[in-house]
Design a protein around this ligand. Sequence first.
Ligand code: PLP
Ligand code: COI
Length: 366
Amino acid sequence: MTGSTFREIRHEDPTDPARRQEILESPGFGRHFTDHMVTMVWTDQEGWHDGRIEPYGPFRLDPAAAVLHYGQEIFEGLKAYRHPDSSIWGFRPEANAHRFNRSARRMALPEFPAEDFLSAVELLVAKDRQWVPDGDEQSLYLRPFMFAEESFLGVRPARRIRFCVIASPVGAYFSQGVEPVSIWLSTNYTRAARGGTGAAKCGGNYAAGLAAQQEASAHGCDQVCFLDAADQRWVEELGGMNLFFVHDDGLLVTPELTGTILEGITRSSIIELAKEQGLEVVERRVDIDEWQRGMADGRIREVFACGTAAVITPVGRLVWDGGEATAPSGTSAGPQDSVWGRLRSALIDIQWGRTADTHGWMRRFC
Ligand code: PLP
Ligand code: COI
């Protein structure tokens, strides 16, 4: 398959430019969507076919569609950035294409060829390029996903699947912008167990985390942190972000990939950037006790969360049933006086084209 695999269906009534401008001035996160979407269908008989770029709009879904009952679904998240010369670029989209297929294998979904994944996002960005905002911290968030469309209530991998990409102009993920966030430590719930789906980006992982997220909100926290399911001791990740810890000796520590956490593309980029900035980076298990005590006695100087949506966001407070710890000054220090701030600048300067892309991470979309 190639880019020409996607047939164009004309939009008869695209968004009025004045309304679009109004949205782009204050897009929020995931609230508004562009005029088009890319779709494709897979059947066990025909493989991938019927690729389209068409007006954004609802699907007609049979009430017996397997995804509605058994949750056979995966998704990705990546961003397109407008550079100073107005060209538009994606950040490591090949890595998303490959992770999409790892998730597909885990969820017994058909793989989607990486070159078609790239063509699909590129086509959508090019078509809706006027939706890519140019404000500070703004970008076009791309959401490729795939779900079981077959109407059948037996429990087996579906034989009809739909792939789709939608796009949403976005600003900062957290409404307060790049301010320290608070984390609720979940001890009533876990997110993933050995042999489960923790390393896949599937909707069920997020559904399973929502009750914990409600607990977090009830305790005045922005996000929830999950511990491992076996020992309830090792720090895994947040509901939608990976975690890093800056120790007082300058060591940068992040929970190792155990098969139960998502392998973040931001996480792996930060590991590379940190090494280039002369930091020693260690991927290992992190004891929750180490975090709780380290925040209190200053051995942990900074904690930050990272992900496509959140970029790099400092963590100011960890709250648990019966206590809390506040980050020492490092976390609230100005961006250039902190490890998280310097890593954030290095990352976003590459993404927004303000510095040379020496890693070959950026891909020109249009
Ligand atoms: N962990 C979870 C559970 C996520 O949902 C995300 C976001 O995609 C991440 C980590 C960070 O991954 P990435 O940096 O690839 O966006
Ligand atoms: C992303 O960062 O792309 C995610 O999927 C996480 C979600 C919290 C929006």
